[in-house]
Design a protein around this ligand. Structure first.
Ligand SMILES: NC(=O)c1ccc[n+]([C@@H]2O[C@H](COP(=O)([O-])OP(=O)(O)OC[C@H]3O[C@@H](n4cnc5c(N)ncnc54)[C@H](OP(=O)(O)O)[C@@H]3O)[C@@H](O)[C@H]2O)c1
Length: 227
């Protein structure tokens, strides 16, 4: 890919407990917590989806939550669903492979050809980006160039969030704060991955807005990368 190819503008959006967690416990679906979102905030989530060309979610979230990632609560078009899944081992009965909205499964060179074919046979696009894991910067450029994606949101989970931030691919963050504490040292939080070694590596945010949406606080940030 030509290094000058741009990438889409990326918004990370997530519902999050007062202690920064995304689910009740490790391995639990985020749908359990989502039931406690105010209706106005569910509308905000669906409006945000309708305002994006694409929505990206990690393959592990798809395996646990079996998300649809469609626009249902407001008028508007469902965005292109993008799932990085290096080995192409997404369950073939997953809701994102159903024809409610277009989907791209991004695999790497590790994906066996029979898996790629099985996904394509469902009418779903498969793109190859990277050798081992999915090369996220390359995937962003492919989405811009081949799929016309200009604005994309990511809805987690923590592993994908970490890699997107580490690759400096996130421009904005919008958090829906749920008034619960769930605890748990290994309960998924907003960003997973490895810890950082020093304060120089902290990713700085600038708060741009905060407001009540129904009964939920929503906070918005611009991501400031150094150097
Ligand atoms: N509250 C919320 O807003 C919210 C939102 C989303 C998810 N969640 C929760 O988060 C949990 C799942 O999160 P998770 O961290 O385990 O998984 P995840 O971030 O959903 O998915 C990570 C997987 O994506 C695939 N992947 C491919 N290329 C990648 C790359 N370059 N960088 C990162 N990932 C890549 C990898 O699996 P492959 O082997 O397939 O490549 C990786 O294991 C679930 O419990 C879900 O309910 C909560």
């Amino acid at each position: 890919m030509d290094p000058t190819t741009p990438r889409p503008h990326v918004l990370m959006m997530s519902e999050i407990t007062a202690d920064g967690k995304l689910t009740l416990r490790k391995g639990a679906s985020s749908k359990i917590l989502m039931k406690y979102m105010a209706h106005e905030t569910e509308i905000l989530l669906h409006e945000t989806r309708a305002g994006c060309d694409a929505i990206m979610v990690g393959s592990h979230t798809i395996k646990i939550d079996n998300s649809f990632l469609t626009v249902r609560l407001v008028p508007g078009k469902s965005p292109l669903r993008v799932i990085p899944n290096s080995r192409g081992d997404i369950p073939l009965e997953s809701n994102v492979l159903k024809p409610d909205a277009p989907t791209v499964i991004a695999v790497s060179g590790r994906a066996p050809p029979d898996r790629v074919k099985a996904i394509r046979d469902r009418g779903v696009s498969v793109v190859v980006a990277g050798e081992k894991d999915v090369d996220l910067p390359l995937l962003m450029q492919i989405l811009w160039k081949d799929f016309g994606v200009r604005r994309m949101m990511i809805e987690g989970g923590p592993t994908l969030n970490w890699h997107m931030l580490q690759n400096r691919l996130v421009d904005e963050i919008r958090l829906i704060h749920l008034p619960f504490i769930v605890g748990g040292a290994d309960t998924p939080s907003l960003v997973g991955g490895m810890h950082i070694e020093s304060e120089e590596e902290m990713i700085r945010l600038e708060m741009t807005r905060f407001y009540l949406c129904g009964t939920n606080l929503v906070s918005e940030y611009r991501v400031l990368y150094r150097g």
